[in-house]
Design a protein around this ligand. Structure first.
Ligand SMILES: O=C[C@H](O)COP(=O)(O)O
Length: 289
């Protein structure tokens, strides 16, 4: 299989031989010992500000996306002590609609791109889609790792594609979705994390929320460990986004707990931690009231 020394050398700098059972035990221990201290109204409020409020329906229309954005606008000032969500996440053809409709302050526009959710299209199409989304107002771009290339260990092309899309993003932030449900093992998730970090990802994101299993706490633990080790080696802080199937306050607090324990308080803000979710926001608000 096609590999190059450059990427093998990068991978050699990290412990990528992880045992799934060890990760599960570590996560269970963290949740057992630390969850209760984070299960507070203050953390719920912080988590609200870490949401990438998502609508990714096949049936979405401009009108739907406009109304979706208006709900975020209407939230402004409703609760004096809760800040708004971090971003609205839509398909790239709706960047312009969100841009026109959005009046809420400090809410970013995130667009999935690059042949989301499969990443199975021409690299040129991925670049064009990304550049158009940015030109139409996207502040953040969520692409899917090319899993076909990664799983056949063609790391050079895998990384070159991410690097090209990073350039197409210009000033927009790039989130790389690993689709951890398809990667399956902790070792595979660690390798995909390290390669994405060295290809310019600003955030590592777990899942598309489509087809494969969504986020798991074990995947979050491995990805946060990769981000921590990468930061220690390079000094660059990369964010973490959990997504796919996270709907309850309890789930959100569990992901927060893993991020806090692995990466520390410095990552517990919406610059470096996001939850991509279509159903979480109202449940969090119910828990706060
Ligand atoms: O990126 C965000 C996910 O697609 C949202 O998944 P969800 O609908 O399961 O919350």
């Amino acid at each position: 299989m096609a590999t190059t020394n450059k990427y093998q050398d990068v991978l050699k700098q990290y412990n990528t031989e992880l045992k799934d059972a060890d990760i599960t035990a570590r996560v269970q221990d963290i949740i057992a010992k630390k969850f209760a201290a984070n299960n507070t109204t203050d953390v719920y409020k912080k988590l609200y500000t870490c949401i990438d409020l998502t609508t990714l329906n096949t049936t979405d229309t401009r009108e739907d996306v406009w109304r979706f954005t208006e709900k975020v606008n209407a939230f402004e000032g409703t609760f004096p002590d809760i800040s708004n969500v971090a971003a609205i996440c839509v398909y790239p053809n709706f960047a312009e609609t969100v841009k026109e409709a959005l009046t809420a302050q400090n809410v970013k526009i995130a667009c999935v791109s690059g042949g989301f959710p499969t990443s199975q299209t021409f690299p040129e199409v991925k670049v064009a889609e990304t550049a158009l989304a940015v030109a139409n107002g996207a502040d953040e771009i969520d692409i899917v790792l090319n899993l076909g290339l990664f799983l056949e260990e063609n790391y050079e092309e895998t990384c070159e594609e991410i690097d090209e899309l990073k350039h197409a993003c210009r000033d927009a932030h790039l989130k790389v979705i690993l689709e951890t449900g398809a990667l399956k093992t902790a070792s595979s998730i660690m390798k995909a994390s390290v390669l994405s970090l060295y290809s310019g990802a600003d955030f590592l994101k777990t899942s598309t929320g489509k087809v494969y299993e969504g986020a798991t706490l074990e995947a979050a633990y491995v990805m946060c460990t990769a981000i921590k080790e990468y930061h220690a080696k390079t000094g660059r802080k990369v964010g973490f986004k959990a997504s796919g199937g996270i709907a309850t306050t309890e789930d959100a607090v569990k992901y927060y707990t893993v991020v806090k324990e692995v990466l520390g308080d410095g990552w517990c803000n919406n610059e470096l931690f996001r939850i991509g979710a279509s159903r979480l926001a109202s449940n969090l608000l119910d828990s706060i009231k």
